[in-house]
Design a protein around this ligand. Structure first.
Ligand code: ADP
Length: 253
C-alpha cells in the first residue's frame, strides 16, 4: 500500500454566498502525479490554494505528510513548492537575482547554476524575466518550486498558453521531477496533458468530485457503459501532424 502524502476530507469553501467547494474528499499518494481536472470555475485553484495554506477553508480536514492544516500550517509550508502566478515575478530582475530573492525568502543556500540547468535555462541566468518566452517563463516558474527541496509541488495550469513544443518540453521536466521522488499535484483543463502526465486524476465539476481513478480506468469505465465516439478515431491527431511537420525541438531560445 502506497503512503498517503495528502488527505482531504469533506473540504468546503464558501465565498460569501457562493459555494465554490462543496465537500470534496481525495487522497494523493507519495511519488505520484495527481491531476485535478475540471472546467473553469470548478473549484480546482481554490482547493489547491487551501492545501497550500494560502487560503482559509470553510470546513473539512486536510493533512499533508501527516501534518494537520489547522495545527501545523508552518510545517506544511516547509515541505511544499508553490508556483507564483506568472505576473508575480519582478519583470526587470534577472533569473539569478530572482533566485537569490527566493532563496532569501526560504532562508536556503542554493546552487543557482544547478537549478537553472534542471529546467534548461543555464544560459539565461543574466536574462531578465520579462525577456523570456512563455515557455521559458513557465520553466523558470517550475524551477522556483524546487528551491525549497520540497516533497510535494503544486502546479496550477502550468502549460496554459504554450505552443505544442513548449508543452511537451514542460511535460518532460515534470516527469523528471517526479522521477526524483517529488509528488506532483497539477490542475489542468487539457485532457491530453492529464492522459500523458497523471497517474491518477480527480474530475471536479461545480465544486464536487465526480470521479477519482487512473486515466485508463476512467476511459474503460466509460466504454463499459456502451459509450462510443461518434467520430471515427484516427491513428494520429492534428497535434501529431503539427509536431511531425515542425519538429520537437524548442524554438524559443
Ligand atoms: P477553477 O480553478 O476550477 O477555475 P476556482 O477555484 O478559481 O475554479 O473558482 C471556483 C468558484 O469560486 C468560481 O465560481 C469562482 O468564480 C469563485 N471564486 C474564486 N475565487 C473567488 C474569490 N476570491 N471571491 C469570490 N468568488 C471566488
Amino acid at each position: 500500500m502506497q503512503k498517503k502524502i495528502i488527505e482531504v476530507k469533506n473540504l468546503t469553501k464558501n465565498y460569501g454566498s457562493v459555494q465554490a467547494v462543496k465537500g470534496i474528499s481525495f487522497d494523493v499518494y507519495e511519488g505520484e502525479i495527481f491531476g485535478l481536472l475540471g472546467p473553469n470555475g470548478a473549484g480546482k485553484s481554490t482547493t489547491l490554494e487551501i492545501i497550500e495554506t494560502l487560503k482559509d477553508k470553510t470546513s473539512g480536514e486536510v493533512w499533508v505528510d501527516g501534518y494537520s492544516l489547522d495545527k501545523n500550517p508552518n510545517e506544511i509550508k516547509q515541505i511544499i513548492g508553490v508556483q507564483l502566478q506568472l505576473s508575480g515575478y519582478y519583470p526587470g530582475l534577472t533569473l539569478a537575482e530572482l533566485l537569490d530573492l527566493f532563496a532569501g525568502l526560504y532562508n536556503k543556500k542554493i546552487d543557482k547554476k544547478k537549478i537553472l540547468e534542471e529546467v534548461k535555462l543555464a544560459d539565461k541566468a543574466k536574462a531578465k524575466y520579462k525577456e523570456l518566452s512563455g515557455g521559458q517563463q513557465q520553466r523558470f516558474s517550475l524551477a522556483t518550486t524546487l528551491i525549497n527541496n520540497p516533497k510535494i509541488i503544486f502546479l496550477d495550469e502550468p502549460t496554459t498558453g504554450l505552443d505544442p513544443q513548449a508543452r511537451r518540453n514542460l511535460w518532460d521536466l515534470i516527469k523528471q521531477i517526479r522521477l526524483s521522488g517529488t509528488t506532483v499535484i497539477i490542475t489542468t483543463h487539457y485532457m491530453d496533458e492529464a492522459e500523458e502526465l497523471c497517474d491518477r486524476v480527480a474530475i471536479i465539476d461545480s465544486g464536487k468530485i465526480q470521479s477519482v481513478a487512473t486515466p485508463d480506468e476512467l476511459i474503460d469505465n466509460l466504454v463499459a457503459t456502451g459509450f462510443e465516439r461518434t467520430k471515427e478515431v484516427k491513428k494520429a491527431t492534428l497535434e501529431d501532424v503539427f509536431i511531425h511537420l515542425t519538429g520537437k525541438s524548442l524554438r524559443e531560445d
